[in-house]
Design a protein around this ligand. Structure first.
Ligand code: HEC
Length: 291
C-alpha cells in the first residue's frame, strides 16, 4: 500500500496516488525524536493499542463469561482464536497508519531510527533490541530441547499389544539340547552386557549407569510385573523394534529403548533368553501351550 490519498493542508484538496511522504506535507524528520519535534508518537501508540487488545483477549474476555453467569470459572480464549484476532488487529492497525502518508512516516520513524546505525556510537535502544534477538532465539531453542521433568498428560501403556507378525514366533534356542541351549544363553549374556547393560543394568534390574539420565527409566526385569508377564516373542518384538516400534498408546514419555536392527534375529533370541536368565524369570507360556 504505497499509493494512498493524502491531504494537502495548504490547498485543502485531495491528492490521490501520492507516494507516502513525498507530498507537500511538511517533511517529517526521520532522524528527530517525536518529543523533540512535538509530533504524535504513532509507533508507540500503535504498539500500546495492540498490547491492550492482546491483554483484553487474554484477561478481560475470560472474565466476561463469569459476569454473564454462564460459567463458574473464567473461560480462557483459545490460543488459536487469540492468534487470529491479533492478526486482524495488526492488519487493521497497519491499514490505519498507512491510510495517511504523514501518519505512516511518523509510524516508520522509530523503526528507521532503530536500524540506522549512528556514526558516533550505538544507542541503548539499539543495544537492547539487537542484544535481545540472540537471547530470545536462544531461550526458545533451549525451551524446545530441554527435557522436562513434567510427566506427559497422557498415560503410557506399559505392554501394548504386539504386532500380529510376531505372535507365532518361537525362540529357536529353547528347543535345543540343554548343553547347546546353555551355550546360546552364554553368548546372549555377552551380547546383553555389551549392548543392554548401560541402561538395563548388569543384573537386569534397570539400574544401568545410563538409566538415571532417562526420564522413562528402563524397567526392572527382576520385578514379577515386567518380562515375566509377557511371552517371549513379545520381548523379541520390543528388542527388535525398540521405542520407535511402539504403537501410539506406548509412546508418551518417549522411550529411549533403541531398535536393535543391527543384531541378527538369532542374536536377539539369544539376548532375550539371556535377559530372562539374568533376571531369574521365565517367559509367560503362550495361551494353550502345554506346560
Ligand atoms: C539407551 C538405553 C537402553 C538400551 C541400551 C537398551 N534399552 Fe531396553 N529399554 C530402555 C527403556 C528406557 C525401556 C522402557 C521403555 C520401553 O518399554 O520402551 C526399555 C524397555 C525394554 C524392554 C521392554 C520391557 C517391558 O516390560 O515392556 C525390553 C524387553 C528391553 N528394553 C530389552 C532390552 C535389551 C535386550 C537390550 C539390549 C539388546 C536393551 N533393552 C537395550 C532403554 C534401553
Amino acid at each position: 500500500m504505497t499509493a494512498s490519498p493524502a491531504r494537502d493542508p495548504s490547498s485543502n484538496r485531495e491528492l490521490s496516488f501520492q507516494q507516502p511522504g513525498t507530498g507537500s506535507d511538511p517533511p517529517v524528520p526521520l532522524s528527530g525524536r517525536a518529543e523533540e519535534t512535538g509530533e504524535p508518537r504513532v509507533f508507540l501508540w500503535t504498539v500500546l493499542t495492540l498490547l491492550a487488545v492482546y491483554a483484553s483477549l487474554r484477561f478481560v474476555v475470560p472474565w466476561i463469561s463469569l459476569w454473564l453467569g454462564t460459567s463458574q470459572i473464567p473461560v480462557p480464549v483459545p490460543r488459536f482464536a487469540i492468534g487470529l484476532y491479533m492478526l486482524c488487529a495488526v492488519i487493521g492497525a497497519l491499514v490505519y497508519v498507512n491510510s495517511d502518508a504523514r501518519r505512516w512516516r511518523l509510524f516508520l520513524g522509530p523503526v528507521v531510527r532503530l536500524f540506522a546505525l549512528p556514526r558516533e556510537r550505538i544507542r541503548w535502544p539499539q543495544a537492547v533490541v539487537f542484544g535481545a534477538i540472540p537471547l530470545v532465539i536462544g531461550a526458545l531453542a533451549w525451551n524446545r530441547v530441554m527435557p522436562s521433568s513434567q510427566p506427559p498428560a497422557q498415560l503410557r501403556m506399559q505392554h501394548p499389544t504386539m504386532p500380529q507378525k510376531y505372535v507365532s514366533l518361537e525362540n529357536p534356542f529353547r528347543k535345543l539340547p540343554e548343553a547347546e541351549r546353555q551355550k546360546a544363553e552364554a553368548e546372549g549374556v555377552i551380547l546383553y552386557q555389551k549392548n543392554c547393560r548401560p541402561c538395563h543394568g548388569t543384573s537386569a534390574d534397570g539400574n544401568g549407569p545410563l538409566a538415571r539420565g532417562l526420564r522413562l527409566r528402563p524397567v526392572n526385569f527382576t520385578d514379577p510385573g515386567t518380562i515375566a508377564t509377557v511371552v517371549e516373542p513379545y520381548v523379541f518384538w520390543r528388542v527388535k523394534e525398540g521405542g520407535i516400534g511402539l504403537p501410539a498408546i506406548g509412546t508418551p514419555w518417549e522411550s529411549a529403548m533403541p531398535a536393535w536392527s543391527d543384531l541378527t534375529d538369532d542374536e536377539i533370541w539369544k539376548v532375550v533368553m539371556a535377559t530372562y536368565a539374568l533376571a531369574g524369570k521365565e517367559p509367560r507360556k503362550p495361551e494353550g501351550a502345554s506346560p
